[in-house]
Design a protein around this ligand. Structure first.
Ligand code: NAG
Ligand code: NAG
Length: 481
């Protein structure tokens, strides 16, 4: 009897153990499901037609954001090349330019080279151009009105630099080809030059990294970017029209007379950095240094750039920090990374040694070597069933998906101080050259003291809110599609 009771209870026990085990397995796969993305491969490759996002365009002070190399931006639509698509730039070339931008950010912030001012004071004559440059040309474009009557101009917007400029007639030295007719200050009723003796002229030093020059008492600016693009011209004041109701007289900007570089048909650049000359600072009275954007999931969709308060979503905020030697940059405190729901074991010092900035113009997120290596290991483990492909430029973890129509990717989250978890959109995990070469869209810095950069691929579809006056940056999912 006793043994039967024992057998029975052992049976029941094993049953319940079994049940508990199954329950755990079910819970675990449920858990895993929540930390994976199964995606159509087609969603990784931009289409050749523009599919504008329907989200986020209704806000009052909102501008439509398009990608420089995508079908929603037609760089030469007013010119002879109207029928041709945007100039095809290879992925290897885009990544090479991205690496130039990152190199110049690192060189500007390098802890070994001191602040820009220190370099200048110590030996002005031997200052290498790159160390003094404000960095990079960015990839996303908005259209604004300049002058009276206003002329619409497409500008690259860049949170990593400050001066707003556009190519200006008569293009004394050189202007590259752009989408709209070039801005001509002589036909605007509101243009004026800034004089060399004005204190505003000296403020160019911190905004551009270069001392201003003087030409027949007109203040001259010069700004070069990490990829050796540059603009030189008159520093002027003009009426800036962001939306029909948001008009800013006497906006300080560069009227470019010698412009070279990779601006892809855009008329110039909009600087959204933290310096007093940036658009954010110059419009502070109206917008209180508050702006937000959403970068679309692919180059064939659209996003938005909104000034002032946007939609009140469930935005999670992390504190803004300052980056020594980089007064333009928006510093954040990254503290961790997870892959497929598993937090990677990375010492806190790995992130604090380097520091982190968020940048709209850097394509691929850069991590300290000791954060990138565990990320890559975990990602490769998760992806082990897929055939690998050769490295693409700086991207060293690539797969050949040509035999698949859908693939399953691990969820990747970036953690920031203040308890903020940013889950990277499924379109921001990999960078597709073509179907047979799709790569993990993260890269490692070679020097552990180089700053980490939260790049724009990983910002896809996020509503990113910059509350500069409030000292914080916030994130919400689903800002655009
Ligand atoms: C601005 O300065 C330049 C260079 O001195 C000059 O050629 C131009 O006519 C000036 N424009 C105005 C509106 O004063
Ligand atoms: C994919 O891109 C790589 C690098 O750009 C190239 O070598 C390869 O031939 C391409 N494959 C196809 C199928 O287009």
């Amino acid at each position: 009897m006793g043994s039967l009771k024992f057998i029975l209870s052992a049976y029941l026990l094993s049953l319940s153990l079994c049940y508990a085990f199954e329950e755990r397995v079910a819970a675990e796969s449920q858990h895993e499901l929540q930390h994976m993305h199964t995606i159509q491969l087609s969603s990784l490759l931009p289409s050749s037609v523009c599919n504008p996002s329907t989200k986020g365009n209704a806000k009052k002070s909102s501008l439509k954001v398009v990608h420089k190399h995508g079908p929603c931006f037609k760089p030469y639509s007013n010119g002879e090349k109207a029928a041709s698509p945007s100039p095809s730039v290879s992925h290897a070339e885009i990544l090479r330019q991205d690496q130039s931008r990152v190199k110049s950010i690192h060189s500007r912030l390098s802890k070994n080279s001191g602040s820009l001012d220190e370099i200048r004071q110590s030996d002005d004559a031997t200052l290498p151009a790159k160390d003094g440059s404000v960095v990079g040309a960015g990839n996303y474009i908005v259209t604004v009105g300049i002058g009276t009557p206003k002329k619409d101009l497409s500008l690259i917007f860049d949170t990593g630099s400050d001066l707003t400029w556009t190519q200006c007639e008569p293009c004394v030295k050189y202007c590259y080809e752009q989408k709209e007719p070039k801005f001509d200050p002589t036909v605007s009723q509101s243009y004026s030059n800034v004089s060399c003796s004005s204190t505003i002229c000296t403020s160019l030093q911190s905004a551009t990294g270069n001392s201003p020059a003087c030409a027949s008492s007109t203040c001259l600016y010069g700004i070069q970017y990490g990829d050796s693009s540059f603009s030189i011209g008159f520093f002027g004041k003009e009426t800036l029209t962001l939306t029909p109701t948001d008009v800013f007289p006497n906006f300080l900007f560069g009227c470019g007379q010698n412009n070279h570089g990779l601006f892809g048909g855009a008329a110039g650049l909009m600087g959204l950095g933290r310096d007093p000359i940036s658009l954010v600072s110059q419009t502070a009275t109206k917008y209180k240094k508050l702006f937000s954007y959403c970068l679309p999931s692919s180059a064939s969709s659209t996003g938005h750039l909104t000034f002032g308060p946007g939609a009140s979503k469930s935005v999670q905020f992390t504190p803004l920090s300052s980056i020594s030697g980089g007064s333009s940059f928006y510093g954040l405190e990254m503290i961790g990374i997870s892959v497929g729901g598993q937090k990677l074991s990375i010492a806190a010092s790995v992130f604090t040694t380097a520091g982190t900035i968020i940048d709209s113009g850097t394509v691929i997120t850069r991590l300290p070597p000791d954060a990138y290596t565990p990320l890559r290991t975990a990602f490769r483990q998760f992806m082990s069933k897929y055939p690998t492909a050769p490295a693409l430029s700086l991207l060293d973890t690539c797969y050949d998906f040509s035999k698949y129509s859908t693939v399953t990717l691990p969820q990747i989250s970036l953690f920031f101080s203040g308890g903020v978890e940013v889950s990277v959109d499924k379109t921001g995990i990999m960078y597709a050259s073509n179907i047979s070469q799709v790569c993990l869209a993260f890269a490692g810095n070679s020097d552990p003291t180089d700053v980490s950069i939260f790049g724009n691929t990983q910002q896809h579809t996020l509503e990113v809110v910059y509350d500069v006056a409030g000292g914080k940056v916030g994130f919400a999912a689903g800002g655009c599609s």
